[in-house]
Design a binder for this molecule. Structure first.
Ligand SMILES: NC(=O)C1=CN([C@@H]2O[C@H](COP(=O)(O)OP(=O)(O)OC[C@H]3O[C@@H](n4cnc5c(N)ncnc54)[C@H](O)[C@@H]3O)[C@@H](O)[C@H]2O)C=CC1
Ligand SMILES: O=C(CO)COP(=O)(O)O
Length: 338
């Protein structure tokens, strides 16, 4: 089992927090992993210096996760082909809108038989094909088995080593052990299960409920209202997986990827912040650039799946409608109870 080479594809806030965990875990388990971890960094210039150079010199992602040190065996590279070549385990942690084009660049370089793992919370919208799971995009573009990791894992808290749990899902039980070894720490507790689509759907859907929780906060409603939105949101998430994934497995909702991530996002996530900011600023989301690129595109994705009558669809309409915030909330609460 020795010599497994790990690569990180992505280096934002979550990618950098995970780089800290993975970097140390591979270093401490030389019987299982190769020491060097290449991390693909979308190159940016920060105060005249390349972000990759800063990370490799200071072992810190000063833009996306300042004040957190990443172990020196994690090497930042601006070329995704270089990052993925020879890797046995590819950890995807980009915003979802960049996944397809990134995978296409990697396709000819990925090692046959490599394992993909997506930490990306969102769905991908494809023209003419509707929404797709990110793990399926990776799997189909690279022809590799793809697992997922989702949980109540606000990146800055994880990076500060505050206790939390996470859920990994992988169809093939043979990989469960190595995935645990790669991520488990005393403060980051891993449970590995097999329901990939269920876990991934939880990670994408909770974002939308988080925006609803932000609307509640923006309008000055209290904890009771937010609790109602969380409960109703959870039921909507369950309904979604039953209808669209044709899954009756409700156990995922009681893992970290389910109720725990939903609660964390509704209290401390950027999606919550977005909902609150939209109400408080009285701006419509299409006029707001504060949350580019991550939240806005996730919202687009989120909206696309709910053509029927779900609360999330109404939330989308609320954010795009020409109602003032107070009226919008009435629309939102009205439909959520229908
Ligand atoms: N931040 C968090 O607390 C958590 C985030 N996630 C998920 O992780 C994924 C990544 O989110 P964050 O790390 O928070 O992102 P981020 O918002 O911190 O960073 C955005 C990243 O996108 C990169 N980027 C920009 N343009 C690009 C392009 N054209 N091609 C490739 N990369 C480009 C930036 O360089 C940066 O690394 C998302 O799906 C998110 O839902 C999951 C759990 C926790
Ligand atoms: O997924 C997250 C925590 O688990 C982060 O949520 P936000 O993207 O809303 O910040």
């Amino acid at each position: 089992m020795s010599g497994n080479r790990v690569a990180l594809i992505g280096s934002g806030c979550w990618g950098s927090a995970i780089a800290k965990i993975v970097g140390l875990n591979v270093m401490n388990q030389p019987d299982v992993f190769e020491k060097e971890v290449l991390m693909y960094v979308y190159e940016e210039i920060i105060d005249g210096a390349k972000l990759t150079d800063i990370i490799n010199l200071e072992h810190e992602n000063v833009k996306y996760l300042p004040d957190i040190k990443i172990s020196p065996n994690v090497i930042a590279v601006p070329d995704v082909v270089q990052a993925c070549t020879n890797a046995d385990i590819l950890i995807f942690v980009l915003p979802h809108q960049f996944v397809k084009e990134t995978c296409e660049k990697m396709a000819s370089a990925v090692k046959p038989g490599a394992l993909g793992l997506s930490l990306i919370k969102g769905f991908v919208l494809t023209e003419g094909e509707g929404i797709q799971l990110v793990s399926n995009i990776i799997k189909n573009t690279l022809d590799i088995e793809t697992a997922v990791l989702m949980g109540a894992n606000l990146a800055t808290e994880v990076a500060s080593e505050m206790f939390c749990e996470t859920t990994i899902a992988c169809h093939n039980p043979e990989y469960h052990g190595i995935l645990s070894k790669l991520f488990q720490t005393p403060y980051f507790r891993v449970k590995v299960i097999e329901n990939v689509a269920g876990v991934e759907a939880c990670g994408a859907l909770k974002n939308v409920v988080g925006i609803g929780a932000g609307i509640v906060d923006g309008l000055g409603f209290g904890d009771n209202t937010k609790a109602a939105v969380i409960r109703l949101g959870l039921m909507e998430m369950m309904k979604f997986t039953k209808v669209f994934l044709e899954s009756d497995d409700i156990s995922v909702f009681f893992e970290s990827c389910g109720i725990a991530d939903l609660v964390a996002t509704c209290h401390g996530g950027r999606n919550r912040l977005l909902g609150e900011a939209v109400v408080k600023s009285m701006k419509y989301i299409c006029h707001s650039s504060y949350f580019e690129p991550f939240c806005l595109s996730r919202l687009f994705s989120a909206a696309a799946f709910s053509y029927n009558h779900s609360s999330r669809h109404m939330m989308f309409q609320v954010l795009y409608s020409h109602h003032m915030a107070k009226n919008s909330c009435l629309v939102f609460t009205y439909f959520i109870y229908e």
